[in-house]
Design a protein around this ligand. Structure first.
Ligand code: FES
Ligand SMILES: [Fe+2]
Length: 327
């Protein structure tokens, strides 16, 4: 695995994992998630006996039972039963991953990260959240950049996010960064001309788009009284052609009004997500292996996201940048 072992990665929503085991892909490796006696467990989804998918079996007394010969494995990966065997069990095991359930999602680590997983930028406040998931034919860098890219919204999301009117604003973009993160802060756009903003926001003060290692793309919308809306998408390369994500849509509670807004926001968000899935899938299918994409003058975060994914310090950490664009 190339993912930094020091990070938690969100692999599924809590709601996706019931009594049945769940197979999830993580950088080409299949994992089985299930609810063990000691909480959520994550093992390599491959029985060591004949390589059958353990996720095709069932959970019995908090252990996973292979559908072929019934071998069982506990949440720690140790084999606990070989049906028919009259002697002592040989010491067999499946690789296990640290797993934890947090803020409505299941996080897994390939190493031993410190502390609780990071979920979203409004965690710990009085907020309304919705947890969503997505799957897109793309690469991690293309999908993360897409979420953080302001200039595509006039076209890909015409009417939904921007483009209801042809009016553009002169916007100041400040790009800053540090170890494992880079962000662009947009100021000067008084209002975003799209349905989502009409429903959800008043005056716009600033918008922040941020990338965090190992694959989190988050957007913050700030009004005069503070943050009005945030989306944090945790992306991972599931296999060579597929990016999967678990995302939080979060907003202030506002004495119940937040719930009402969340109700409207989620379906509109789904529309925008579908529009992005379409362009990303088209780009992936049409890309020529070995041909590098042009990094345009408005692609402020692309190079730094690439650096972070390579485990390097983003350029913006030592050299913050300011740009002016029409948005
Ligand atoms: S293949 Fe799993 S028990 Fe035989
Ligand atoms: Fe988009």
């Amino acid at each position: 695995m190339t993912t930094d072992p020091g990070h938690w990665v969100a692999l599924a929503r809590s709601a996706d994992l019931g009594a049945k085991p769940l197979r999830v892909m993580w950088e080409g490796e299949p994992l089985v998630l299930f609810r063990s006696a000691k909480g959520v467990a994550a093992l390599t989804d491959r029985c060591p006996h004949r390589f059958v998918e353990l996720s095709k079996g069932k959970v019995v007394e908090g252990e996973i039972e292979c559908p072929y010969h019934g071998w069982r494995f506990g949440g720690d990966g140790a084999c606990t039963a070989i049906p028919g065997l009259c002697e002592a069990l040989p010491p067999l095991r499946v690789r296990r991953f640290r797993a934890v359930e947090h803020e409505g999602a299941i996080f897994v680590a390939s190493g031993t990260p410190e502390g609780q997983p990071y979920s979203h930028c409004l965690a710990g406040q009085k907020i309304v959240t919705r947890v969503v998931r997505s799957s897109t034919r793309s690469t991690l860098i293309d999908a993360a950049e897409n979420i953080l890219d302001a200039t595509h919204t006039h076209f890909t999301h015409k009417g939904v996010l921007r483009g209801l009117s042809a009016k553009r604003y002169r916007v100041k973009v400040e790009v800053t960064g540090g170890p494992g993160w880079v962000e662009a802060s947009y100021e000067g756009e008084e209002e975003q001309h799209g349905l989502i903003s009409k429903l959800l926001e008043g005056a716009r003060m600033k918008t922040v788009g941020r990338f965090l290692a190992p694959g989190i793309a988050e957007l913050e919308y700030w009004g005069p009284k503070g943050m009005v809306l945030a989306t944090s998408f945790h992306l991972r390369q599931a296999d060579a052609d597929t990016v999967e994500g678990v995302g939080w849509l979060a907003g202030p509670h506002q004495g119940g009004l937040g719930h009402l807004k969340a109700l409207f926001f989620k379906p509109l968000f789904r529309v925008a997500l579908e529009q992005d899935r379409r362009v990303l899938a088209s780009a992936r299918a049409n890309a020529v292996p070995g041909q590098k994409p042009v990094i345009g003058p408005l692609d402020f975060l692309r190079r730094d996201i690439a650096k972070i994914l390579d485990g390097e310090m983003p350029t913006a950490a030592a050299a913050p940048r300011v740009h002016y664009i029409e948005l």
